[in-house]
Structures are given as structure tokens and as C-alpha cells.
Design a protein around this ligand. Structure first.
Ligand SMILES: *Cc1c(COP(=O)(O)O)cnc(C)c1O
Length: 360
């Protein structure tokens, strides 16, 4: 069997050239006589891998010198705790709740301080992004937290919230490197890589230097101390070496594709194919307010649970994998991350058209 079109929300599709390169280098990484998996993280070969990965990421995102780049482990869910641990000085933070991941981050942060939910779209099952132009930002808030792209619900902030001068922290797990962003608008940009960049197990944290603190509370685990990790160049202990190696290859792939402007154009083209179809379909419809649609995760429904299940099953049989919606939302979701080729979306839409004709 060949490769399928994989619409998984994460872990998700990776560029085929990256997988092939990794395969070629599996047995003997560039004359070292070993795989990157077998290599000391203190070796010069690995140091070069992590240094190059960081340099390429800085280049791609235009990261200013006063920001540190950390390659950590733990799953995005671990850093729902590291963020408040590292950033709460006054012990206060404001969260905008636009879905399950924002809500989980909010619940976790409550363990470490006073946390305010200053806006939410829970009233309409997270199908939109609230107006964030004039929110009741707390005077003593250490930061304002958002989940920039809502993987489960398929919404994205097309405009960042007005934080009234407070530090903005964004979980970008599911939109990392999907389009250019202005790093200087954020204090911390962070996310897991298994959606849009690489294998599960790597977290990337981009943090403005002045937010790194010497005076963290005693209880903060050393591994979750961003200052320690920054001082040690992400090598306080054994990092997720192989994952970082694959991320580095993906960074090079994006550079070869033309960088983030080109990635954005590629992603907009793919998303338009799917949304344009949904907007005229008599059977399928998108579930999200148009202005807030994500370029990465596209949820849709037929309005009939049995028909949704039939669609998912027939799509799978036709080589379109992982189209079932999140268990909390139902319906379908097509995640069309960077590495999903345009043909994948074109063929999916063809398949949806055929299904519509057969089932109307
Ligand atoms: C997947 C996801 C998470 C959780 O990631 P884990 O690595 O499984 O903890 C957090 N935030 C967003 C936006 C996600 O898409």
C-alpha cells in the first residue's frame, strides 16, 4: 500500500522529502556511522543539528536577537503549567477561552495564581473568536494568554487581541510556521511540533529575554525553568534529539518552498478549495463563522450523524484518512497543515462532490 492523504489533526502529515532524507540517513548519519537516535547529545554532530535548526527557525520567523528559542519536551499540555510558573510575578493572568486547549491552559494556570477568563466563545460552542479590541485586561496581569489557532473547533485569530500593553502569550501548536507572524508582538510564542512541524515530543518556546527570571519560586521543576533551559541552550539534559533533527529538516523544507510568505499562499490556496466547496454544497457545511476560519483545521458536517459516519468510512476506504471530527464536536475535520499537498485537498473535494451526488 502506498501513502494515504492524511488529514490527521496531530500527529500529522510530514513532507515526503523529509521522511525520505531521514530514511537515507537512518543507518549512517553523514559518515558518523550511526543514526541520530544513537548519538550523544553532547557530540559535535548533534550540536550542529540543533544549532542549524535554531538558525533556520530564526531565519524563517525573523526572530529578533532579544528572543531565546528553546527546544523542550513534555507535550504542549505540560507547558500549560510552565507558562504560569515562569511568567507569574504578580500571580495574575488573563485568559481568552476560545476552545478546549485554551480552557485546559486556563484550568492548569489556576493552580499557580489568580486567573481571569476575560473573554470566551463557549456560548456558541467555540465557533467564533470573540471581539478582543477592548477587553477588561487586569491592571496587574502578568500576561494575556491565547490559543491562536483552535485545532478542534477550526477558528483562528486573524487579529491579535489588544492586550493594553500586557505581555501576549500564544499557543501556536496548530498554526506554527503556517504563515508569517510578527514575533515582536508577543512575549512568548510556543507550541508542540506534532501538528505542523515534526514528531511528537518536541516543544518550541520562543521567549523574550526580559521575561526569563532568576527569582522563580522554589517549587518550579528545573526542567520547566525557562531561564535554565535558555542558559543551557536547551541541553540542560538529554533533549528530544531525533525530533529536533526532523524539525530541522522541516525548517529547511519550508525555506526551500520559499519561506513563510510562500507557505501562507500555499495554505490559503488549499483552504480556499475546501471552503469554496463547503460554501456552495447542499450537503456539507462548515461549522465556523466565516471571518474566523482557520487555514489549518476545517471542521464540517452534513447535519446527520449517520451520514457523517458513512462519509468518514467511505473516505477512509478511498484513501483519505483521519477525517473524523474531534470526539467532542462530531462531524468531520480536515486538517490541512503545511505538508498536505494541494492535490490532497483537490481530491478530497472531488470525493465530497461524488458523495454529495450519491447521497442527496
Ligand atoms: C494538540 C494541541 C495541544 C496539546 O498537545 P499535547 O502535546 O498533546 O499536550 C495544545 N494546544 C494546541 C493548540 C493543540 O493543537
Amino acid at each position: 500500500m502506498g501513502r494515504v492523504y492524511n488529514f490527521s489533526a496531530g500527529p500529522a502529515v510530514l513532507p515526503e522529502v523529509v521522511l525520505k532524507e531521514a530514511q537515507e540517513e537512518m543507518f549512517d548519519y553523514r559518515g558518523t556511522g550511526m543514526s541520530v537516535m544513537e548519538m550523544s547529545h553532547r557530540s559535535s554532530a548533534f550540536q550542529q543539528i540543533i544549532d542549524e535548526a535554531e538558525a533556520d527557525l530564526r531565519d524563517l520567523m525573523n526572530i529578533p536577537d532579544n528572543y531565546k528559542v528553546l527546544f523542550l519536551q513534555g507535550g504542549a499540555s505540560l507547558h500549560f503549567a510552565s507558562i504560569p510558573m515562569n511568567l507569574m510575578k504578580n500571580g495574575v493572568a488573563d485568559y481568552i477561552i476560545t476552545g478546549q486547549w485554551a480552557k485546559k491552559a486556563y484550568e492548569e494556570a489556576k493552580k499557580y495564581g489568580k486567573v481571569n477568563a476575560i473573554a470566551s466563545s463557549a456560548d456558541e460552542t467555540f465557533t467564533y473568536i470573540p471581539d478582543c479590541s477592548d477587553l477588561p485586561i487586569s491592571e496587574d496581569a502578568d500576561y494575556v494568554y491565547i490559543c491562536q489557532n483552535n485545532t478542534i473547533y477550526g477558528t483562528v485569530y486573524h487579529e491579535l487581541p489588544n492586550t493594553k500593553g500586557k505581555v501576549l502569550v500564544a499557543d501556536v501548536s496548530s498554526c506554527f510556521l503556517s504563515e508569517p507572524i510578527d514575533v515582536e508582538k508577543y512575549g512568548v510564542i510556543w507550541g508542540g511540533v506534532q501538528k505542523n512541524i515534526g514528531p511528537a515530543g518536541v516543544q518550541i518556546v520562543i521567549i523574550r529575554e526580559d521575561l526569563l527570571r532568576e527569582d522563580l519560586p522554589e517549587f518550579v521543576p528545573t526542567m520547566m525553568n525557562f531561564k535554565v533551559q535558555a542558559d543551557k541552550g536547551s541541553l540542560y539534559n538529554t533533549p528530544p534529539c531525533y525530533g529536533i533533527y526532523i524539525c530541522g529538516k522541516v525548517f529547511k523544507w519550508i525555506k526551500n518552498m520559499g519561506g513563510l510568505e510562500a507557505m501562507k499562499a500555499h495554505n490559503e490556496k488549499k483552504a480556499a478549495i475546501l471552503y469554496d466547496f463547503l460554501d456552495q454544497s447542499k450537503l456539507f457545511k462548515g461549522t465556523v463563522r466565516k471571518e474566523d476560519r482557520s487555514l489549518m483545521n476545517v471542521p464540517f458536517v452534513t447535519g446527520d450523524k449517520d451520514l457523517d459516519a458513512k462519509f468518514v468510512a467511505e473516505a477512509k476506504a478511498a484513501g483519505f484518512e483521519n477525517l473524523k471530527g474531534h470526539r467532542t464536536v462530531g462531524g468531520m475535520r480536515a486538517s490541512i497543515y503545511n505538508a498536505m499537498p494541494i492535490e490532497g485537498v483537490e481530491k478530497l473535494v472531488e470525493f465530497m462532490k461524488k458523495f454529495e451526488e450519491e447521497n442527496m
